[in-house]
Design a protein around this ligand. Structure first.
Ligand code: NAP
Length: 317
């Protein structure tokens, strides 16, 4: 049986499945392993089932033992892994697409609703007490008839678009390539982010974190939005330059934000905490039991498929 280091604790059903198919090394305390600990723990292993909290950069990958043939990431995003460094060492990297799209799209829509309808301020007032209903109390932005820009209209972006459409929003998007008619489902394509942002009353960031998308929301691009736009991010924190966004919020250029992901998680930029309207969640995108089990099962299946066939459908490098 192949020996696999599983860097984070999984839901019991998933750990049971892993035990049936390979010889797993579990992380029973769910301790966050340092890079050197991952290197140490992977000695004698054939593969690693990693999570987005493991920073597998070039330096770490270069020090992994030669026996490691696969890194199966327990996430659809793989910005935490240096794909080129893994490729150079002959290590296959895989991810868990599709199984988490519904759950993540739900959080994507929650961010839009929470930011537009001032849920953060509402929750705080309801808990504190002393509020009173009045005609102009906590007036927010209604979604009906507003334009939703989707940056990264892939699996999750398309699901958010479908739900947003049912709420009466008009969908615009930008990808590097235009979708076919069926996938676009009436959404308007924009060739540039400038063009997309200029029509986005609300933006939903759904693209991966890559060198190209890093800090795509920045001092310059934030000015492309209509005044009073809402920016939400369900993808990755690295896509946003926090200082620029916080400054735009303070200047009221941007009305509100809905964020699930941050640079340097869990240490989000303290500037967000000072903004009462910021609707912020602690990276909950895929956090439902069914989805987490499906993700772990797929990460386990990816390892088995790789060792059985030498290939894997969900290989990303
Ligand atoms: P996907 O199906 O691969 O979709 C990504 C989309 O982004 C594609 O439409 C792609 O289109 C576009 N894109 C890629 N690079 C781009 C660029 N440089 N400029 C503009 N568009 C670009 O991925 P997915 O399954 O929807 O997941 C998207 C991301 O969500 C993941 O990478 C992950 O980081 C994040 N995520 C977060 C959570 C959470 O817990 N909050 C959960 C799951 C996923 P083109 O290739 O045509 O550009």
């Amino acid at each position: 049986m192949k020996k696999i280091l599983i860097t984070r604790k999984l839901i019991k059903e998933s750990e049971d499945k892993a035990s049936k198919t390979f010889n797993p090394i579990f992380n029973t305390n769910d301790e966050l392993y340092s890079q050197s600990k991952v290197i140490e723990m992977s000695q004698g292993c054939d593969g690693i089932l990693s999570s987005l909290t493991d920073k597998l950069d070039k330096e770490t990958i270069d020090k992994l033992p030669d026996t490691i043939k696969i890194i199966s990431n327990f996430a659809v995003g793989f910005g935490n892994i240096d794909l080129d460094a893994a490729k150079k060492r002959g290590i296959t990297v895989t991810n868990t697409p599709e199984v988490l799209s519904d759950a993540t799209a739900e959080i994507g829509v929650l961010l839009i609703l929470g930011a537009c309808r001032r849920a953060a301020e509402g929750i705080e007032s309801a808990r504190e007490g002393g509020w009173k209903w009045s005609a102009d109390y906590l007036i927010g932005k209604q979604l009906t008839g507003t334009r939703l820009g989707i940056l990264g209209m892939g699996r999750i972006g398309q699901k958010i678009a479908k739900i947003a459409k049912s709420l009466g929003m008009i969908i615009h998007y930008h990808n590097r390539s235009k979708l076919n008619e069926e996938k676009a489902d009436g959404a308007v394509y924009h060739e540039s982010i400038k063009s997309l942002f200029s029509v986005s009353d609300v933006l939903s960031i759904c693209c991966p974190a890559t060198k190209e998308t890093e800090n795509m929301i920045n001092k310059e691009t934030v000015e492309f939005f209509p005044k009073g736009a809402v920016i939400t991010n369900v993808a990755r924190g690295d896509i946003v330059d926090d200082e620029a966004l916080i400054d735009a919020l303070n200047r009221r250029k941007i009305y509100a934000v809905g964020l699930d992901v941050y640079k340097n998680e869990p240490n989000l930029n303290p500037g967000y905490l000072k903004i009462k309207s910021a609707f912020i969640l602690p990276h909950l995108g895929s956090a439902t039991k069914d989805t987490r089990i499906a993700m772990a099962n797929l990460a386990i299946d990816n390892i088995n498929e790789f060792f059985d066939t030498g290939k894997c459908l969900n290989k990303v490098n």
